[in-house]
Design a protein around this ligand. Structure first.
Ligand code: NAP
Ligand code: ZN
Length: 347
């Protein structure tokens, strides 16, 4: 089976089409014939190689996907061939202490499709039955592929970990990242007052269409992030800062936080090691909290909002799978805004 991915770790020059065995569903598993797949920044890190994560090669990229159930393994009862579905890319074991108490995002064996397993930028993918969900009627296959990873991440980061309450001031650092486009919508749904902070005026403006109340533009000299957020918050500070940028912004995100506020970190696109002034944290009784993916109940909540149209995936571009190399190069484009989708033949 032909898939888009790599034989060897490295940069974009390693990308191409690889041959992997066609997967068969085992007990409790479902095989989905993909109609669309979507990429995340994670795919870029998987391509480069992630310390401590062994990745089978050749490797097919893509965590997100939507398609049609093609075959069911033994013991699968609730899913039928022919159903249109989207995939939850987060796989938990269901047996560890965290899973037993219903906090699957903390599963000690948590894995992500396309990172720890073969991915979705191909013809078929096999996942546990609980990882497939009926595709909401209002979503196309492309939208069904664009939504799951970023919206579940945004949901847990804002609702569970960020503990956003109605009226809270929420700042989203970065406008065009897939998760940022989801966080703006989730924070609004939770009743927050939202500001998007970007280095780009054009991208900040696009965030308004997603529901952001305000936008600010920052840079490293005239308009540092903490100063523009301090002004925006009328010198109160920001209750919840969502920062997936990392090293360049975290020190100033921390300085922007209100008393009792939270800086929520889900990624570090621009560098993983940052210096923060601990005095800000203890004096303002603020915290930096990490969050990753989401559990089963959180995922169901997100699906409900997607089905009702309250959350809407943002697609940067949608190309046929054959053009996956060009599609993937959008990750390095300065105007990237939302998710990169590829449509799989068979549709
Ligand atoms: N833990 C999890 O479960 C989880 C889930 C999803 C993603 N992630 C991680 O979270 C990160 C975000 O992923 P993503 O796909 O949403 O987006 P992304 O494409 O990695 O971009 C994130 C944002 O960072 C901003 N940015 C990048 N470099 C910057 C810099 N040097 N200075 C200031 N801003 C900068 C961009 O802002 P503008 O658009 O305004 O230019 C963009 O919106 C990634 O590292 C990803 O691996 C983690
Ligand atoms: Zn577990």
């Amino acid at each position: 089976m032909r898939g888009f991915g790599f034989e060897e770790h490295g940069g974009l020059e390693r990308l191409g089409f690889v041959e992997v065995p066609e997967p068969a569903p085992g007990p409790g598993e479902v095989r989905v014939a993909l109609r669309a797949a979507a990429f995340n920044r994670l795919d870029r890190f998987t391509l480069a190689g992630i310390p401590g994560v062994p990745i089978a090669r050749p490797h097919v990229l893509g965590s997100d996907g939507a398609g049609v159930v093609d075959r069911c393994g033994e013991g699968v009862h609730d899913v039928r061939p022919g159903q249109s579905v989207l995939l939850n890319p987060g796989i938990w074991d269901g047996t560890c202490d965290a899973c037993r108490r219903g906090d699957e995002a903390l599963c000690r064996n948590y894995r992500i499709v396309g990172e720890h397993t073969q991915g979705t930028a191909t013809r078929y993918v096999v996942v546990p039955e609980r990882n497939v969900h009926p595709l909401p009627e209002r979503l196309s296959f492309a939208e069904g592929a664009a939504a799951p990873l970023v919206f579940q991440t945004a949901w847990r980061a804002m609702k569970t970990v960020g503990a956003v309450r109605p009226g809270d001031r929420v700042a989203v650092i970065g406008a065009g990242g897939g998760v940022a486009t989801a966080v703006v919508q989730v924070a609004k749904l939770l009743g927050a007052r939202v500001v998007v902070a970007s280095r780009s005026t054009a991208k900040a403006e696009r965030a308004r269409a997603l529901g952001s109340d305000d936008t600010v533009v920052f840079d490293d000299s005239e308009r540092p992030l903490d100063r523009v957020l301090w002004q925006w918050s009328e010198k109160n500070g920001v209750d919840v800062v969502f920062d997936s940028v990392g090293a360049p912004t975290i020190p100033r995100s921390v300085r922007s936080v209100a008393r009792g506020g939270r800086v929520v970190v889900i990624g570090a696109t621009a560098g993983p090691v940052a210096e923060v002034d601990l005095r800000t944290l203890f004096w303002r009784q603020a915290s930096i909290r990490g969050s990753t993916m989401a559990g089963a109940e959180e995922f169901r909540e997100v699906l409900g909002h997607l089905a009702a149209g309250r959350l809407r995936p943002v697609i940067d571009s949608d190309r046929p799978l054959d053009q996956a190399v060009e599609a993937f190069r959008r990750f390095d484009a300065s105007d990237l805004f939302g998710k990169i989708v590829v449509t799989v033949p068979g549709s």
